[in-house]
Design a protein around this ligand. Structure first.
Ligand SMILES: Nc1nc2c(c(=O)[nH]1)N[C@H]1C(S)=C(S)[C@@H](COP(=O)(O)OP(=O)(O)OC[C@H]3O[C@@H](n4cnc5c(=O)[nH]c(N)nc54)[C@H](O)[C@@H]3O)O[C@H]1N2
Ligand SMILES: Nc1nc2c(c(=O)[nH]1)N[C@H]1C(S)=C(S)[C@@H](COP(=O)(O)OP(=O)(O)OC[C@H]3O[C@@H](n4cnc5c(=O)[nH]c(N)nc54)[C@H](O)[C@@H]3O)O[C@H]1N2
Ligand SMILES: [Mo]
Length: 763
């Protein structure tokens, strides 16, 4: 154990002094203390910038400090005073940088100049913007459009995203995978089929009216901490919060509000979860089935005894389709199967079902614990089934609430970033811009990986993100990544997807959202959509990290002008001069959502897009909300699990934003100084002959002939169900086979991977 590594049980509540300390030390470390605290006052304010961290809703009446320690951390990371000037690359070859950690690469600071990799010296060398655009355009013109991929990470604004999808489509492909292909795509596939909308139905005011909150596989304290405000208010009103999560997460257990001085001084903790069910990873469909089974049994008994019904009979009859089949299927599932697959006792499920039955209005919140499974779509649909049983969709205080990840990941889909041509208004785009839009299905993330592995994908353009670290099958993917003809990275900070590169490779550094964006028409603002379908304006407040940076819209336009023939209906240059023209164009393509875009974007709390299911209008094939009967309750059907195999799920720590590792501590889980850990149940440790501190190699248990392993993981005992193991994302990504993904949505099944452990000899 290195001297910096230590482990202690986490005792502090989420929020509280811990977060204040974390904010201050991050600002100091990034050399941004004075400026930083001024800038933070503008975070998530109606006239300021939308936080670059999570996508949680921004209230109309924000707190004076409407940010969490993680949002502040993300801000400090972006406005850092550290820079990566071109001479950094004269000192380090790309091959040398491959040896650097995720943290070390990004820690160098903000990229400042456009760079082109030079084969003779193995170094990235400075080029002019025009040269970069011209060469990228020339390379892409040589390729068949189907062999190029235009990936987006969920941070880019609505304006940039709209331009980017136009660029790809005018070039000739729908290859527009998005980080949401690894994230909430299970939601985007599940919800249209069941309730006729691709997004959640809950708005902030529903939290004020709810009676009960169910929480599945979302780590609010780390990943969407501002939601703790709504949860804490609800708890003060006595609203039960019922959590299903294999780990006891601090943020779901208790919370001290750092904006409430009285609570800070007394260290008074509000308990968040009133029930905490530590189910087996991948046990959610079974647990949800158990809840439904109790409700149906109680309802059957009530009918027999002539008492009031437990289910919402009128809602079922008037608004749903397939309820009779679903109730019949529920009656048929056996308790022993439900208990085995969920890892929960029937008694525990009864308690949770009781709280549900007693509530007038229930919100179902969920995150990656549901979506990143082989049965990810089914999981989301099972949660819908539960909510529908008592009419908990489309009434005040109730609804389904997927917690989106990146700050504009939902919005990118709204303005056309999708590989599925049927989800983009292609006819309208054709008319608006006078071109023939490609109609072939494009590549989703997993398919893009397959294409890279097979060599069919030859060019990869990345609007943000860190694809080779975020995707599964790391070893094969990294090797294939080097065989790309062209890699183009539009980015703020250096990461592994840049230092590994194609034959022709560019890094194009861009402004971040927090920075002032000066264009021909003056200072520009952008917009984003939050998790609850509200659109917000965002105005940068910090001085740009370097004069040589271009904005994301300017970079997309630069590539477009080099690549595409001139088009009398589209003046990219004019758009870059004045982003309100891009918003006018968006409003023309999507009038229902974006009419009056420029006027409405500064409304406090944002403007809401129409969500039909909120009004109990069901835009489904049946015209009703559909119950969907699950096929099976086992969530890991494609990976065998003999007795010595564990089910691994991958996690985010308090010190990271996805592949951006701010530091190596996870204060809520008591892990300090390292991320190379494996959290295990003590009984499993005893059974497998492992002791705390042992170093192990984890190897994927699969019979496809590919060896996948991660060495050097430290065994750390933890409160986790037997048979499960937890490790960090992205360190554990080499263990995920590319074929191990959700059935309909193709989201990599990062929350259930069969692994076997071998102890490493002490050095
Ligand atoms: N600070 C910070 N904020 C972030 C991010 C970040 O990295 N750092 N990432 C952003 C992004 S892109 C996203 S998508 C979101 C992700 O936010 P979350 O949806 O919270 O995702 P994870 O942290 O991957 O895991 C969520 C929780 O699922 C639990 N879990 C694991 N397996 C299962 C299971 O089978 N069933 C159940 N019920 N629970 C399970 C884990 O214990 C964990 O508490 O956060 C966003 N916000
Ligand atoms: N095992 C496992 N794998 C997972 C997950 C998991 O839970 N487990 N989660 C998945 C999920 S939910 C997601 S969303 C993906 C995340 O996948 P990505 O979105 O691809 O990855 P990020 O780590 O968010 O990208 C970080 C990089 O974005 C760039 N960047 C930051 N800000 C900006 C900006 O303003 N503009 C531009 N152009 N670039 C910027 C920086 O260069 C930074 O290095 O990972 C997925 N992978
Ligand atoms: Mo995500």
């Amino acid at each position: 154990m290195s001297k910096d590594e230590h482990f202690k049980p986490a005792y502090q509540p989420a929020g509280g002094w811990g977060s204040v300390k974390a904010v201050t030390s991050m600002l100091l470390k990034e050399g941004a203390a004075i400026n930083g605290s001024r800038i933070l006052l503008h975070q998530n304010k109606p006239d300021g910038f939308a936080c670059v961290s999570c996508a949680w809703a921004k209230p109309a009446h924000p707190h004076p400090f409407e940010f969490c320690s993680n949002g502040a951390q993300a801000t400090a990371w972006e406005i850092t005073s550290k820079r990566v000037p071109p001479d950094f690359f004269l000192r380090h070859t790309a091959t040398e940088l491959e040896g650097w950690s995720d943290h070390a690469l990004e820690e160098e600071g903000r990229l400042t100049s456009p760079l082109r990799w030079d084969a003779a010296t193995d170094k990235y060398l400075e080029v002019s913007w025009q040269q970069a655009f011209d060469e990228i355009g020339a390379e892409l013109k040589k390729l068949a459009p189907q062999s190029a991929v235009f990936y987006t990470s969920g941070r880019a604004s609505l304006e940039t995203s709209y331009m980017y999808q136009l660029l790809a489509r005018m070039y000739g492909c729908n290859n527009l995978p998005d980080s949401s292909n690894m994230c909430h795509e299970s939601t985007s596939v599940a919800l249209p089929e069941t309730i006729g909308v691709p997004i959640g139905t809950v708005a902030l005011d529903d939290f004020e009216q709810t009676d009960c909150v169910f929480f599945f596989g979302q780590n609010v304290g780390t990943n969407s901490p501002r939601m703790l405000h709504q949860l804490q208010e609800a708890r003060k009103r006595g609203v039960p919060v019922i959590t299903f999560n294999p780990l006891r997460e601090r943020g779901l257990v208790s919370f001290t509000n750092p904006q409430d001085p009285a609570q800070m001084l007394t260290a008074d903790e509000t308990g968040i979860s009133t029930q905490y069910h530590q189910l087996k990873a991948g046990g959610d469909s079974a647990a949800l089935m158990g809840l439904c089974k109790f409700l149906v049994e109680w309802d059957d008994a009530a009918q027999q005894a002539g008492r009031a019904r437990v289910l919402d009979e009128r809602f079922l009859a008037q608004h749903t389709h397939g309820h009779a089949e679903f109730l019949e299927a529920v009656r048929g599932w056996r308790w022993e199967d439900i208990e085995r697959e969920s890892g929960l006792a029937r008694k525990a499920l009864e308690m949770a079902a009781g709280a549900y039955a007693n509530a007038r209005a229930v919100i179902g919140i969920y995150g990656m614990g549901l979506t990143q499974h082989k049965k990810g779509v089914q999981n989301v649909q099972m949660l819908c089934n539960l909510l529908l049983l008592k009419g908990n969709i489309g009434k005040p205080g109730a609804g389904i609430c997927p917690v989106r990840g990146h700050s504009n990941v939902q919005g990118q889909r709204t303005v056309g970033i999708t590989e599925k041509p049927e989800l983009a208004p292609l006819d309208r785009l054709e008319k608006q811009y006078g071109f023939r839009a490609p109609r072939e299905k494009g590549l989703a993330t997993v398919e893009a990986c397959e294409g890279i592995l097979s060599g069919e994908v030859k060019a990869f353009v990345s609007l943000g993100g860190n694809f080779v670290r975020a995707a599964p099958e790391t070893a094969l993917l990294e090797a294939a990544w080097r065989r790309l003809r062209l890699s183009v990275q539009i980015a703020t900070k250096l990461n592994r997807s840049h230092v590994l590169h194609g034959e022709v490779a560019f890094i194009l550094p861009c402004l971040g959202r927090i920075e002032i964006d000066r264009q021909a028409g003056g200072e520009q603002s952008v917009s984003i959509e939050d998790s609850t379908g509200h659109m917000h304006g965002s105005r940068g407040v910090a001085e740009p990290a370097a004069d040589s940076l271009l904005s994301e819209p300017a970079i997309v336009a630069g590539i477009a002008r080099a690549l595409l023939p001139p088009n009398p209906k589209l003046d990219w240059e004019k758009w870059v001069g004045d982003y309100s023209l891009i918003r006018d164009a968006i409003a023309e393509t999507y009038p229902d959502i974006f009419h009056g875009f420029n006027e409405r974007m500064w409304r406090p709390g944002g403007f809401a897009r129409p969500i039909a299911a909120r009004k109990r209008e069901w835009k489904t094939k049946t015209g009703k909300a559909n119950f969907i009967v699950p096929e099976a309750l086992n969530e890991n059907p494609d990976m065998a699990e003999p007795a010595d195999v564990l089910r691994l799920f991958t996690l985010r720590s308090d010190g990271q934003f996805n592949t951006t590792v701010y530091h190596h501590d996870d204060r809520f889980r008591g892990v300090y100084g390292t991320r190379m850990v494996l959290l295990l149940n003590l009984a499993d440790m005893a059974r497998l002959g492992l002791a705390e501190g042992d170093r192990v190699t984890a190897a994927t248990h699969a019979s496809d002939g590919v060896a996948r392993s991660v060495a050097g993981l430290r065994i750390t005992p933890y409160d986790i169900p037997q048979g499960c193991a937890a490790g960090y994302f992205p360190e554990c990504n080499p263990l995920i086979p590319l074929w191990h993904h959700a059935e309909e949505s193709m989201v990599p099944a990062a929350k259930a991977i069969s692994i076997r452990l071998t102890r490493m000899e002490a050095p």
